[in-house]
Design a protein around this ligand. Structure first.
Ligand SMILES: Nc1ncnc2c1ncn2[C@@H]1O[C@H](COP(=O)(O)OP(=O)(O)OP(=O)(O)O)[C@@H](O)[C@H]1O
Length: 636
């Protein structure tokens, strides 16, 4: 190869001849006249060309061989195989890369999920903390109110006591004067009578004498007659023993009969009363009664059929904040298990503004637990006067005869269970309260007591002592309102329209968006008010010419309802505003009256997460900070 670098090779062996020394074959001997530097350069370019030469030799041989073509084919095939192997390896690498990408994505997703979880936890904790704060604030507010009420009560008591003392002094004075006048009149009368008696003394004496003589003769005659009759009878009785025994036996049997009949009649009457009819105090009950069955046979049969069906969900059709729903679900499960295990029921107090689902949930709770329910109204007790005590005993006697157990729901319970120290409570009501306390002194395995009230702070302390759980039903928050509107839109509009039996149809529009819009407008309204909205839509559709309900109609009716609601809130008495409803009143959104149309426009309330967290929290958070010190001063 030295020709490549311009060096001549003095004795080059012929091409077909192998070199003399294979080790040196590639190396050319440096020319003798080269300098050292040139020699070093030459060394750098030197390489062993023997392998190439051997290859060329082999190629020549191969060319000459008759199997040259096959060998070429084999080497081609080998090359292709090697290339395929390389391709397979490349694919494997690519698959590994894809796999690692997927793994990376998984890790990323897992991290994001964890972050989200952590954030949710943080949100929850913050919400709970704020809830606690709000509760605390509300309690303090209540205490403040309580104090001011006590103060007012004390002052009222003092003024009443003063008036009473004044009235008593006046009456005493009047009585004294009347007594004196009376004495004088009696004295004058006695004197006049004495004078007349003195004058008519002889005549009077004669009359008395004659009357006495006549009386004496009559009495003597009567004694003689009676003596002879009784003597004859006794003589006959004593002489005949059979008659004596018969008389004694007859008298004894008569006495026994009289007393037995009296006792049996009262026991039977009580037994029949407890089973046949419902007590007068009970307004509504799911329990079977013979009288009701005779009066309303179809209703009774449908009720009986319904009771055989599978027990319903305790919260079906009841829309509440998630936290409250969870609490109520726990209560429903516990109650059902209590009934199954024949344990003792816990007494509940449900409080909050009207129309928030207290009665609705209680009925569902009874149905879910397989119990009967009975609904009483506290306001019915006071007008009964002295009969209230007996009526209360009758209710408890009646409830105790139920084998399924009875959920006794007392609506407006504060109407007769209020503090005994209160000035306004009458003697009869006090007696009724005492009877109620007597009948509820022990835990019962037959009766579950559920009290409902808008003003639970009025309860007597003994009643509070009997309550095992207190549940606040707040006004629905934004999300609950949206669910409620959807529920009643579906119930009162969409369902009847889809059945096609009635003259009712709905325009095509985005129902979900409408419900969300109306939920923002109806802040401060109760579940009852929202259910009435559903009824109003239905009525509007029936009243229209073509029986069609449009989106515009829905919005207008809702705005009317909002305006009505505000008016009702303004009509609340001062006492109601200051006591029970205040925490809920301030939840109302600001309302502008449109100058041109005169239509109501309500500022939209943003759908915050906080609002949905808890109805109560929402109400309290919004109300408490709004109170300025001036307002508190005014209230005082
Ligand atoms: N949370 C709710 N979910 C669904 N419907 C509700 C809810 N709250 C109220 N309603 C509707 O309002 C009606 C009246 O509710 P309910 O009688 O349970 O209220 P309440 O709290 O007992 O009121 P009150 O204190 O005046 O007796 C129910 O029949 C139902 O149609």
């Amino acid at each position: 190869m030295s020709w490549l670098f311009g060096y001549s090779r003095p004795q080059m062996p012929p091409a077909d001849e192998p070199p003399a020394d294979s080790g040196d074959s590639g190396s050319t001997a440096p020319p003798v006249n080269l300098t050292k530097a040139e020699k070093r350069a030459m060394e750098a370019y030197r390489f062993d060309s023997s392998a190439l030469e051997r290859a060329a030799q082999a190629a020549k041989e191969l060319e000459r061989s008759k199997h040259a073509k096959e060998a070429l084919e084999i080497s081609k095939l080998q090359e292709i195989t090697r290339q395929q192997e390389q391709m397979a390896k490349i694919k494997e690498y690519e698959a590994a890369i894809e796999q690692s990408k997927v793994e990376q994505k998984k890790v990323d997703y897992e991290e994001r999920r964890k972050t989200l979880q952590e954030e949710t936890k943080q949100h929850q904790m913050r919400a709970q903390y704020q809830d606690q704060l709000a509760k605390k604030r509300y309690e303090e507010q209540l205490m403040q109110q309580q104090k001011s009420q006590d103060e007012i009560l004390r002052k009222q008591e003092e003024s009443v006591a003063k008036q009473e003392a004044l009235r008593r002094a006046t009456i005493e004075h009047e009585m004294e004067l009347r007594e004196k006048n009376k004495l004088k009149a009696i004295e004058a009368e006695a004197r006049a009578k004495a004078k007349a008696d003195r004058e008519n003394r002889d005549i009077t004496l004669e009359q008395i004498r004659l009357k006495a003589a006549e009386n004496r003769t009559t009495i003597l005659e009567s004694i003689k007659t009676a003596g002879s009759v009784i003597g004859t009878g006794l003589n006959a009785l004593v002489t005949d023993w059979d008659k004596t025994l018969a008389a004694a036996g007859g008298l004894s049997l008569l006495a026994l009969g009289v007393y037995t009949a009296k006792g049996a009649t009262s026991v039977t009457a009580r037994f029949i009363e407890a089973r046949i009819g419902k007590p007068t105090l009970v307004n509504e009950t799911s329990r079977f009664s013979l009288l009701e069955a005779i009066k309303h046979p179809i209703l009774t049969v449908s009720k009986a059929v319904a009771s055989f069906r599978k027990p319903s969900d305790a919260l079906a059709g009841v829309v509440l904040a998630p936290t409250l729903e969870k609490r109520l679900r726990d209560i429903a499960i516990a109650t059902k298990n209590t009934r199954l295990n024949k344990g003792f029921y816990r007494n509940l107090l449900m409080y909050g503004p009207p129309g928030t689902g207290k009665t609705l949930f209680s009925k569902k709770l009874a149905k879910h637990s397989g119990m009967d329910y009975a609904i009483l109204t506290g306001g019915d007790v006071a007008p009964m006067g002295k009969d209230a005590v007996a009526a209360i005993h009758k209710v408890f006697d009646w409830a105790n005869t139920s084998r399924k157990g009875v959920l006794l729901f007392i609506d407006e319970a504060d109407a007769f269970l209020r503090k005994r120290s209160s000035e306004r409570i009458s003697e009869d009501l006090r007696a009724a309260l005492n009877a109620f306390l007597y009948r509820t002194s022990d835990q019962s395995s037959r009766i579950m007591l559920v009290l409902a009230s808008n003003t639970p702070q009025q309860f007597d302390s003994a009643i509070n002592d009997r309550l095992d759980k207190m549940i606040e039903f707040g006004l629905p928050g934004y999300e609950e309102r949206e669910r409620l509107i959807r529920l009643y839109f579906d119930k009162f509009v969409l369902q009847p329209a889809s059945e096609g039996k009635r003259r009712l149809s709905v325009d095509q529009f985005d129902y979900g968006a409408l419900c969300a819009k109306l939920a923002a407008r109806t802040a401060g309204m109760s579940g009852r008010a929202l259910s009435k909205l559903g009824v109003a839509w239905q009525a509007a559709a029936y009243a229209s010419d073509d029986g069609r309900l449009t989106e515009q109609m829905c919005i207008e009716i809702c705005d009317d309802a909002v305006a009505d609601h505000r008016q009702k809130m303004e009509w609340l008495s001062e006492e109601e505003k200051s006591r029970s409803m205040r925490p809920y009143l301030l939840d109302l959104p600001p309302l502008d009256v449109g100058s041109e149309t005169g239509k109501v426009t309500v500022t939209e309330i943003p759908n915050t997460n906080e609002e949905a967290t808890s109805q109560t929290k929402q109400v309290k958070d919004k109300t408490v900070p709004k109170k300025s010190s001036k307002d508190i001063e005014k209230e005082k």
